[in-house]
Design a protein around this ligand. Structure first.
Ligand code: F6P
Length: 370
């Protein structure tokens, strides 16, 4: 943008000169924004909130397409806030994402390409894979981290956006399935996402008052589960709902692996647990059983109001961090508010559900098998 300066008054000795200063070239500071890993409802809210706030601070947000792929391939977009109005209400990410493009082994290429983009810094919204990748190049970058995953299992923050939406999908599905379970006097096993952490099954299962919640952190005892189901049947319960994580498993058994994805940082894809469990229950209890796998529907819903507020607040905080040049920090949610923390706090092993967590105790108080 070119700004013409007004006539500038210069006085030297007793002479008066009017001079027109050379046009000053006003260059906006540029900050990159990328979304990496699996999409989560709320990513578009982060984009809209950051672009709107930063444009008021006179920063240009440069969107990087398809996660790290956009850096390797130079795929960028300069955002105009007026084009993004209403974006927050849509699931997915306008920028696209990828959880297959690893930096490992390509660090120099990554930094060379990143430097060509002429950015003052980078806002990276991602999960464990994204931050793990960025850790290898972080000494050459100025980054602000935005924790994102529907799994809610990132250390350093008490809640990640997308999680509330995923729980809502699970709870609404389990509530809906209760009606057909009651109509037919059946057991339904509802499979939620969550490979190593059971936050989605726990949150969605609690919100729907499921009869059993099975999560990877708490391998279940088959005999105890069978006893619980038979007890419920004896008590006259018509339909029984089990909400289980895809990575749930019985004691001394591994998780059910559906298939492997070549070239993926996470090769083993869990799946099949709900189906196998439903068959086992029917065989062991003589109670007809069905299963439903919710899969990617948990990520595909417009964000809930809770997730919208979270991403709106995080986007504003991130923008203020950019303005303050508070690099190598992350925006987090702690003690009921959005705040800042060292980015290293996000680069830790997954945050799992602990036995003493109040939600586990809540489930136990309600007589839910967990
Ligand atoms: O990490 C988020 C998540 O949705 C997990 O809960 C799930 O196991 C995985 O991603 C699915 O990955 P993909 O989208 O590659 O199938």
């Amino acid at each position: 943008m070119v700004q013409l300066n007004s006539i500038h008054l210069v006085t030297t000795c007793s002479q008066l000169y009017y001079s027109i200063l050379p046009p000053e070239v006003h260059i906006k500071k540029r900050v990159g924004l990328l979304t990496g890993g699996g999409d989560a409802p709320g990513l578009n809210g982060i984009i809209e909130s950051c672009v709107r706030t930063l444009s008021q601070m006179d920063w240009q947000v440069v969107g990087i397409r398809d996660g790290f792929d956009g850096i390797f391939n130079g795929l960028t977009t300069e955002f105009n806030p007026n084009d993004l109005i209403g974006l927050h209400a849509r699931a997915g990410t306008l920028l696209g994402t990828s959880n297959r493009s690893a930096i490992k082994g390509r660090e120099k290429e990554f930094l060379d390409n990143y430097n060509k983009l002429n950015l003052h810094g980078l806002i990276a919204a991602g999960g464990d894979g994204t931050f793990d990748g960025l850790r290898k190049v972080s000494s050459g970058l100025k980054i602000i981290g935005v924790p994102k995953t529907i799994d809610n299992d990132l250390e350093g923050t008490e809640i990640t956006f997308g999680y509330d939406t995923a729980c809502t999908v699970v709870a609404e599905s389990a509530d809906a399935l209760r009606s057909t379970a009651n109509a037919h006097a059946r057991v339904f096993v509802v499979e939620a996402m969550g490979r190593s952490s059971g936050w989605i099954a726990l949150g969605g299962g609690l919100a729907s008052y499921a009869d059993c919640i099975l999560i990877p952190e708490r391998p279940f005892d088959r005999e105890s589960l069978k006893r619980h189901i038979l007890m419920k049947k004896k008590q006259g319960l018509r339909g029984l709902i089990i909400v289980a994580s895809e990575g749930a498993h019985a004691k001394n058994e591994g998780a059910s692996v559906a298939f492997e994805v070549k070239d993926s940082p996470q090769k083993e894809r869990f799946g099949g647990f709900a189906e196998k469990l439903a068959r086992w229950i029917e065989a062991e209890t003589n109670w007809e059983a069905r299963h439903v796998v919710l899969g990617h529907l948990q990520r595909s819903r417009p964000p809930t109001t809770t997730d919208r507020f979270l991403t709106m607040s995080m986007g504003v905080e991130v923008s203020q961090m950019v303005r303050d040049e508070a690099w190598n920090q992350a925006v987090v949610y702690r003690n009921g508010r959005v705040s800042r923390a060292p980015i290293d706090d996000l680069m830790q092993p997954a945050r799992l559900v602990k036995s003493e967590h109040r939600w586990v105790q809540l489930a136990q108080s309600l007589g839910i098998f967990i």
